[in-house]
Design a protein. Structure first.
Length: 291
């Protein structure tokens, strides 16, 4: 009896210590600092101010703008990403396309590229003078549609959204292909005998049977939108112009490391963490773990 217990302890204790040191301890530290007027990461010589940072947060027009931009991305990017991923997954799984493995690799490739590289590539794509998009509009005679895509308030945020969708679509496509492999071909054969077309089979068989995985990927896409938008916004637009593309984590970084308001930055961090916790509960509900 002692040997299994010792083995389990040897396996779990190092993991627990690493999780405590690199996850739980920084979280507790951020929570404590959010109640202070800290101007650095030092825990000493900070004045306890209670909920002042949280109260100011909802009076800060720039924070509210960053929150609104984050919610806009969360409302659009996950849905568009998953629709594209599902269509690609079904196309590669159920159609007679040669060399499917090559296409899967091509679509999946953006999800393993560094976010910094992705941000730089898309910054060049949307460049007003050298960018591929404006060059294409010139070539097709649509000069009137040209914009300074990353320099205009109406387009900067959605350029970041396009990069997010491009980066994540292939990742979720692979998950859908794996889930599609668990659907019995007999269901599609029976539907074909009954006269159902491809669209009818998609909405009557594929989508209902993928409901759980769609729920999981939707929550993952929401979390990814919150986290990954930070790098893209920081490199592509730095929150501009006039805060029109700022997001929560980018604004938190700006307050902490550029303005020296670490207490306020940690309050924003805790607020963002609270959103993530809510999403984790939604994920548990959607995945039906008790079954």
């Amino acid at each position: 009896m002692k040997k299994p217990v010792l083995f389990i302890a040897l396996c779990t204790v190092p993991t627990f210590l690493l999780t405590f040191y690199f996850t739980l301890l920084p979280t507790l530290r951020a929570l404590f600092m959010s109640f202070t007027d800290a101007t650095s990461m030092n825990l000493t010589n900070n004045r306890f101010i209670g909920l002042e940072n949280y109260a100011y947060m909802f009076r800060d027009s720039y924070f509210l703008q960053a929150l609104g931009n984050t919610l806009k991305l969360m409302a659009v990017v996950p849905i568009v990403t998953l629709v594209i991923s599902l269509v690609l997954g079904v196309a590669l799984d159920q159609t007679k396309i040669k060399d499917k493995g090559i296409y899967r690799s091509i679509y999946f490739f953006p999800s393993i590229i560094s976010m910094t590289v992705i941000a730089i590539v898309w910054s060049f794509f949307f460049h007003p003078n050298m960018g591929l998009l404006n060059s294409f509009l010139d070539w097709t005679g649509l000069e009137s549609l040209k914009h300074a895509w990353l320099g205009e308030q109406g387009t900067a945020l959605w350029c970041v959204g396009v990069a997010l969708i491009w980066q994540a679509a292939g990742y979720y496509m692979v998950m859908y292909i794996a889930a599609l492999g668990g659907i019995s071909p007999e269901l599609y054969e029976a539907a074909t005998i009954d006269g159902a077309g491809q669209i009818r089979k998609f909405f009557s068989i594929t989508v209902p049977l993928l409901r759980d995985i769609i729920g999981i990927t939707y929550v993952l896409a929401l979390s990814g939108t919150i986290n990954l938008s930070f790098v893209l916004v920081t490199i592509m637009t730095d929150g501009g112009p006039s805060g029109s593309s700022s997001v929560l984590l980018q604004y938190m970084y700006k307050q902490g490391f550029k303005n020296g308001s670490f207490g306020y930055a940690m309050a924003i961090t805790v607020f963002t963490l609270a959103i993530s916790i809510v999403l984790s509960f939604v994920s548990r509900k959607l995945t039906n773990r008790e079954n």
